[in-house]
Design a protein around this ligand. Sequence first.
Ligand SMILES: Nc1ncnc2c1ncn2[C@@H]1O[C@H](COP(=O)(O)OP(=O)(O)OP(=O)(O)O)[C@@H](O)[C@H]1O
Ligand SMILES: Nc1ncnc2c1ncn2[C@@H]1O[C@H](COP(=O)(O)OP(=O)(O)OP(=O)(O)O)[C@@H](O)[C@H]1O
Ligand SMILES: [Mg+2]
Ligand SMILES: [Mg+2]
Lengths: 265, 265
Amino acid sequence: MRCVAVINQKGGVGKTTTAVNLGAALAERGQSVLLIDLDPQGHLSAHLGFDGRDDVPGTYELLSGAASLADAVRPVGPRLSAVTTDIGLAGAEVELAGTIGREVILRDLLGASTVACDWVLIDCPPSLGILTLNALCAVTDVLIPLQPHYLAMQGAGKLFETIALVGRRINPALRVTGLLMCMYESGTRLAAEVVEELERFLAESRGRDCPWRDARIFRTRIRRNIKLAESPSHGRTVFDYAPRSHGAEDYLALADEWLSVTCGT
Amino acid sequence: MRCVAVINQKGGVGKTTTAVNLGAALAERGQSVLLIDLDPQGHLSAHLGFDGRDDVPGTYELLSGAASLADAVRPVGPRLSAVTTDIGLAGAEVELAGTIGREVILRDLLGASTVACDWVLIDCPPSLGILTLNALCAVTDVLIPLQPHYLAMQGAGKLFETIALVGRRINPALRVTGLLMCMYESGTRLAAEVVEELERFLAESRGRDCPWRDARIFRTRIRRNIKLAESPSHGRTVFDYAPRSHGAEDYLALADEWLSVTCGT
Ligand SMILES: Nc1ncnc2c1ncn2[C@@H]1O[C@H](COP(=O)(O)OP(=O)(O)OP(=O)(O)O)[C@@H](O)[C@H]1O
Ligand SMILES: Nc1ncnc2c1ncn2[C@@H]1O[C@H](COP(=O)(O)OP(=O)(O)OP(=O)(O)O)[C@@H](O)[C@H]1O
Ligand SMILES: [Mg+2]
Ligand SMILES: [Mg+2]
């Protein structure tokens, strides 16, 4: 069971869309995948059609110890399952604030769990608070979705700083696997400039002692595609909603690139 | 001096782009406008080319009482000025948490100020925390930028609930002036569905005792336009960077609609 945090504190850059559809694409490729909604907005849950009105325990119950991982896992599709949530998870940020070892609650729950799967993908909230820190302490791989826009790049420094601190103080196994360009509009000067700046940053870090020394910008770019924005309103992944769309194509290509990049590491 | 909060807790929906370019468009129309960056991300400041490395006091100094509004205002263009900020503003959320009357600090500062202008536009962070509450307590008008996407609509209920609570408990003059469609891609079914759902919600609220009883969806829609995403990387408004673009056209049309809707109210 290998755990991945999908993280970027900038809002609206494609974290949830990536967690859902990369997860579904990995399942298409025969991997077994568990998605965890760690965002109090509950967008991953809403994307999959769960409205939080039933009695199945979710991420809040998991973190507060009221339910085990096995109790909270619910089926989504072939080889794909999820732990869902609603706005009540916002309470966990407050309740965990004073807890000893508050950042490693999720790590210990995943470590003790008997649930068997190949990948756990964690959709993080748009902040660097306690919930996101729990994800960074629990995983070995970090996937950073990025929108190739100037304002979206402003917070990148703070994100890498936070990852470095978690890597140094709590989770030395933490590695940034890659940066994913989302809502990519090829041919725009802006996208080319952003990619160039990132390539320069990563090149300078090669071989240095930091969690992103082996990180890459994925060759696969997720093009802007309205089907990716429509599929959540039908409670389905892009593979169920529009299997022949660019969106489905790009996330399947990403799954293939992800598997080739991560196997053997 | 009439104050407007540009607010939506969903990230990346066009708040900063709207505050900067509606502000600039109102200035083009002869109004005097002060922009206030109330987001610790400091994106409004970055959009205008301020990197926070000089000694001019900003929003943090304003809220902590270390500087008056007049000290913090810096010129941007003809009839356009700004109070800028950087990540240090995140400290204000923490410091204000235990302060008596923490939500009305900005209201009292704006009320006591001698700065003269027609409009103050406040760019809010993507959350409903203390900084956003300060904006809602300080203004009479609320402008809600929206991306016409399913996931972006999920949090609308919580936003209206927060506005209603501030209206009832602290600021009875609070009114939602309008909802603005940003990054609008006409012809998509999704956009039409979202607009329909919002029209229904607003129609049900007509005449009821709530801050959005007279709210409208602006006829002006801000089309997706790469020039709006490029202009921040040049530190300029869209009017300085690409005055003949759709982006400039749409925000000028919005300024005209804003002035016709608000004059006389
Ligand atoms: N490639 C794409 N093409 C078109 N629309 C997209 C694409 N990726 C995401 N979207 C849409 O853009 C919006 C933002 O994406 P998403 O919600 O996945 O971002 P996020 O980073 O998870 O946001 P938040 O920070 O609020 O959690 C959503 O409405 C989504 O449907
Ligand atoms: N109409 C538009 N067309 C194209 N790009 C746009 C448009 N409006 C905004 N953008 C771009 O989309 C991204 C999000 O916009 P913006 O930063 O204004 O949203 P925000 O709501 O202020 O985000 P945050 O919640 O992080 O403060 C930015 O990179 C911006 O340049
Ligand atoms: Mg999300
Ligand atoms: Mg903003």
